[in-house]
Design a protein around this ligand. Structure first.
Ligand code: EPZ
Length: 420
C-alpha cells in the first residue's frame, strides 16, 4: 500500500487547478443510463471512484471511454442488474438505482452497507421509489425495485440529518421518466444536485427548483444524449484553501466557484483567513493570526461535512478553544486520534470535538481512515515540524486528483512511497 511522506513547515505558494467535482460527476455518469444515445461529460476527474463508476456502467452493458477528462457513455442496451462485486465496494454507486428504475422499470443493486463515517442507510431513497410506485424487496444483501409504471407524486425526503444528496439525485432521475409530475419536498440543495439537474435538462428532462428544497419534475417519455461540463470540486477547493492557511502561504484556486463556498469562506474569514475573488479564481491566505472559531456542519448552504476534518487540522493550529460539531454523520471523527499523534489536543464530547488549539504540531506516522480524514492528515503534516508519513492513501486517491503533484507544484515537500 502507498503512503505520503511529507516534510512539513513549508508555506504553500502558487496556483492550483481545481478538478471537476467527484460528487457531481458520479450521479451525472449514472444519469447517462437514462438514454440509449451517447452522452459526453467533460471535466470528469480521474479518480478511483470515477473509474469505478465507469466499470459499474460497463457491467450494466454501457460503453464508456475516458480521455483527458472527457468521458463518453453510451448505454445503448443495458440490464438492471449491477455487478455486485463492484457495487458493494462504493456507496456512491447507489445512484444507479434511480436511472435503472426510470429506464428499465427495474433495478437490483447490492445494499451499500455502512462505512467508517456512518451507517449510510438508504431508507429515504426507497421511500421515494415506493412513492413513485415501485415495489421494493430486500434479500440476501441486495435491494430490488420494480414497477409496471412509475407515476408522479409528492414525496418528502427529510431525514435524521436534513435531506439526502444521492437520494435527491436518485429520485430526480427516476421521476424524469415517470408519468406525470413529481414534487420532491425537503430536497437536498447541494450544487452537485443543481449540476445533475442541468445535465438531465440538457437530456430533455423537465425540472424546476433544483438548488431549493422543492424540486418539480414533469416526466417525459424519452431522454436523448447530451453534453455537459461538470462543476469544479468545491470540497477540493476548500481543502487547498485550508492547506494554504495552515502553512501560512498564499494559494490561488484556479476555477473555484465563490458561490459554492460561502459557508467555508465566511468561517475562514472569522478564523483570520481571507478567501478573495481574483477574476475567475479565488485566492486564500491568512490576513491575521489564526483565531479559534466554532463550526457546525449542516446541509448546504451550511458548513459542509466534507470539510469538517480539514477545518479541524487548521483549528488545531489556532490558539484558543474551537468547538466542531458534526450534525450530518454519526461517526466522522476518525481523524481525531491521528491528529493527536501529531500533537493536537482534541477531546470528543458526543457530536462535538473540543479543539484546544495553538500548540505546534510535530510530524509522526499516521493512518488514513476515510477520504476527508486523509486530507486532514495531509494538511496537518504540511503544517507540522518534521516528517509525517500518511499511510493508506488509497482513501485519498478516491476523491483527489493528483493531490501530491498539485501540492509539490505549490512547494510542498511531499512524495508517494510504498508503505514501509
Ligand atoms: C453525499 O453522500 C456525498 N457523496 C458525501 O460525500 C457527503 O458527505 C454527503 O452527501 C452529505 O453532504 C456523494 O455525493 C458521492 P446523504 P450521500 O444521503 O448522498 C442520512 C465525500 O467525502 N440518510 O446526503 O450518501 C445519512 O445517514 C462523501 O465526498 C438517511 O438517514 O449522503 C446521513 O446522516 C462522504 N437515509 C445524512 O442523511 C437515507 O436514505 C446525509 O446523507 C439517506 C441518508
Amino acid at each position: 500500500m502507498e503512503s505520503f511522506l511529507i516534510k512539513g513547515g513549508v508555506p504553500l505558494h502558487g496556483e492550483v487547478a481545481i478538478s471537476g467535482s467527484k460528487n457531481a460527476a458520479l450521479p451525472i455518469m449514472a444519469a447517462a443510463l437514462l438514454t440509449g444515445e451517447p452522452c459526453v461529460i467533460r471535466r470528469v476527474p480521474d479518480l478511483s471512484d470515477t473509474r469505478f463508476m465507469a466499470r459499474i456502467l460497463e457491467s450494466l452493458g454501457a460503453a464508456t471511454k475516458l480521455e483527458r477528462g472527457t468521458l463518453t457513455v453510451h448505454a445503448q442496451k443495458i440490464r438492471g442488474y449491477a455487478d455486485y462485486e463492484l457495487v458493494r465496494k462504493m456507496r456512491g454507486s447507489i445512484c444507479i438505482m434511480g436511472p435503472l428504475l426510470g429506464r428499465l422499470k427495474q433495478a437490483r443493486v447490492s445494499l451499500p452497507g455502512g462505512c467508517v463515517i456512518g451507517a449510510r442507510p438508504i431508507n429515504l431513497h426507497l421511500k421515494g421509489f415506493q412513492a413513485l410506485g415501485a415495489k421494493i424487496k430486500i434479500e440476501g444483501g441486495y435491494v430490488e425495485a420494480a414497477a409496471k409504471q412509475l407515476g408522479g407524486t409528492i414525496l418528502f425526503l427529510g431525514g435524521r440529518a436534513g435531506s439526502t444528496v444521492l437520494g435527491t439525485a436518485n429520485l430526480m432521475m427516476a421521476a424524469a421518466l415517470a408519468a406525470g409530475v413529481t414534487v420532491i419536498e425537503s430536497a437536498a440543495c447541494e450544487p452537485e444536485v443543481v449540476d445533475l439537474a442541468a445535465f438531465l435538462t440538457a437530456m430533455g428532462a423537465k425540472i424546476s427548483g433544483a438548488g431549493s428544497p422543492t424540486i418539480t419534475i414533469t416526466g417525459v417519455k424519452k431522454l436523448h444524449g447530451a453534453e455537459h461540463e461538470v462543476i469544479p470540486d468545491r470540497i477540493e477547493a476548500a481543502t487547498f484553501a485550508i492547506a494554504a492557511a495552515a502553512t501560512n502561504g498564499e494559494v490561488t484556486l484556479r476555477g473555484a466557484r465563490a458561490d459554492h463556498l460561502r459557508a467555508l469562506t465566511d468561517k475562514l474569514n472569522e478564523a483570520g483567513v481571507a478567501v478573495e475573488r481574483r477574476g475567475e479564481n479565488l485566492r486564500a491566505r491568512r490576513r491575521a493570526a489564526l483565531k479559534a472559531v466554532d463550526v457546525t456542519t449542516l446541509p448546504y448552504p451550511g458548513f459542509p461535512t466534507d470539510v469538517q476534518a480539514q477545518m479541524m487540522s487548521l483549528l488545531a493550529l489556532a490558539p484558543g478553544i474551537s468547538i466542531i460539531t458534526e450534525r450530518i454523520f454519526e461517526s466522522r471523527f476518525m481523524h481525531v486520534s491521528e491528529l493527536a499523534r501529531l500533537g493536537a489536543d482534541i477531546e470528543i464530547e458526543g457530536p462535538s470535538a473540543i479543539v484546544k488549539g495553538g500548540r505546534p504540531l510535530s510530524g509522526a506516522p499516521v493512518m488514513a481512515s476515510d477520504l476527508r480524514a486523509s486530507a486532514a492528515l495531509v494538511i496537518a503534516g504540511l503544517a507540522a515540524k518534521g516528517e509525517t508519513q500518511v499511510n493508506r492513501i488509497y482513501h485519498l486517491d478516491r476523491g483527489y486528483e493528483g493531490m501530491d503533484a498539485k501540492l509539490r507544484k505549490l512547494g510542498a515537500r511531499i512524495r508517494r512511497v510504498e508503505e514501509k
